[in-house]
Design a protein around this ligand. Structure first.
Ligand code: SAH
Length: 399
């Protein structure tokens, strides 16, 4: 049993916590100095010492901890975690049954009742991501709970402790069970992906984009030319090619993206030689494309929320309009722009304004065809809308 301490909440925050707000913010607590060790279970109390909610202390960029229960008598132990994990699995019952998609999110942080922890499923393997030292302190109870709740081939982990969610490079991300082959091959809506569970921060695919990939394949790609910027392993390109795109062009700065994208194409029986895979700064590529008067039917924009390359710094909240303007200029009339961002620091409304602004500044016209937020397995809380970070707008350029 972890020892518990009381922390006093400022009056103006009490209603929010009673109402189900899950994040323990730095500002809301009077006496943080009492919390020494991350992972400590904290009872949030009012000025008179009356219990409000309990949670754990763990520093992340978002806050200083997460609420775990509104029941004063609930002890935060393996049984507690097993209940959360079991209900997360129940919620995803249909995902486990779907043979065409063997990779998805099983546990999505506060959306499933425990902020700071996610669990992804890759064809029998489970990968936990710990977002603070505090939640990692609770590792044993959480692992016991997971092991008693699921059948697994093996368990892996990623540590993202530095507050900004940056990956902590451990020599080994393997936790227990059977080691996975490197790569394992998973399916997503019938397509194949190579997944590396123990090769750095990213495993090869971002599971939150599956509905967008499927829509590109099933609705838009046939007979079209596709430019996929910030392409990473080329997941959007693979789906576009599978949907009958005449050609895809993938552009990413990272050298590894070339071989990784070739690999994903080959796994889907597409000859990588028939596709363009370019290692370059996207902003250089835009210049090149304009100079060569290249035009594409579909342009996918899925940048990181923040990135620094040798020549450019890109921040989604500051520079997305500029990025869109570059894309609009090389998109055919009647073409499609898939504008995506995972930046949590602005809303869908703001993102829509970016689109409006970019087209207006170029005196160009558009129509919004569809928009997406996180898929169902990336469960979010009504009381914590910031958790739904994904924003994707499919735009048709009219002129
Ligand atoms: N769209 C991808 C995920 C993008 S991850 C997918 O669907 O899987 C972000 C990628 O952007 C990384 O691979 C990184 O190498 C790349 N990147 C960051 N800055 C870049 C830049 N200026 N030009 C090209 N690629 C960049």
């Amino acid at each position: 049993m972890k020892n518990e301490i009381n922390l006093t909440i400022k009056q103006e925050f009490i209603e929010d916590y009673k109402d189900g707000y899950p994040l323990i913010s730095k500002e809301s607590v009077v006496d943080w100095s009492k919390a020494v060790d991350e992972g400590t279970i904290v009872n949030l109390v009012d000025a008179k010492g009356k219990f409000i909610v309990k949670g754990y202390y763990g520093i992340q960029n978002k806050g200083y901890g997460w609420v775990l229960s509104s029941n004063a008598d609930e002890s935060i132990d393996a049984t507690y975690f097993a209940n959360k994990i079991k209900s997360a699995i129940e919620y995803r019952e249909c995902f486990f049954k779907d043979e065409n998609t063997t990779a998805f999110r099983v546990f999505n942080g506060e959306g499933d009742g425990i902020g700071g922890l996610t669990i992804d499923y890759f064809d029998g393997y489970y990968m936990l991501t710990w977002y603070s030292i505090g939640i990692y302190e609770l590792k044993q109870e959480i692992l016991d709970a997971l092991k008693s709740s699921v059948e697994y081939k093996g368990i892996y982990q990623k540590k993202r402790f530095d507050g900004k969610g940056k990956y902590l490079d451990d020599s080994d991300d393997f936790v227990c069970g059977q080691r996975a082959e490197s790569p394992i091959i998973v399916k997503e809506n019938g397509a194949n992906f190579a997944i590396y569970l123990d090769d750095g921060a990213m495993v090869g695919v971002f599971l939150d984009q599956k509905n967008v990939r499927k829509t590109i394949r099933d609705t838009y790609a046939k007979g079209k030319t596709v430019l996929n910027t910030f392409s990473y392993t080329g997941a959007f390109s693979v789906f576009a090619a599978l949907g009958g795109a005449t050609k895809t062009t993938s552009v990413d700065l990272a050298k590894r993206s070339l071989s990784k994208t070739q690999e994903q194409f080959m796994l889907n029986n597409i000859d990588p030689k028939t596709q363009d895979i370019i290692v370059d700064d996207v902003f250089n590529y835009f210049k090149y494309a304009v100079r060569k008067k290249l035009l594409f039917d579909i342009v996918v924009l899925d940048p990181p929320s923040f990135a620094r390359s040798k020549k450019h710094t890109f921040s989604a909240s500051k520079d997305y309009v500029k990025l869109l303007k570059e894309a609009i200029q090389i998109t055919n009339k009647n073409g499609i722009i898939v504008a995506s961002t995972n930046a949590a620091n602005f809303s869908m409304m703001t993102f829509s304004d970016f689109v409006f602004k970019a087209f207006k500044e170029l005196n160009s016209k558009y129509k919004v065809e569809k928009s997406f937020s996180l898929p169902k397995d990336f469960r979010v809380m009504d009381k914590f809308k910031e958790g739904d970070y994904l924003k994707v707008i499919i735009i048709r350029k009219i002129r």
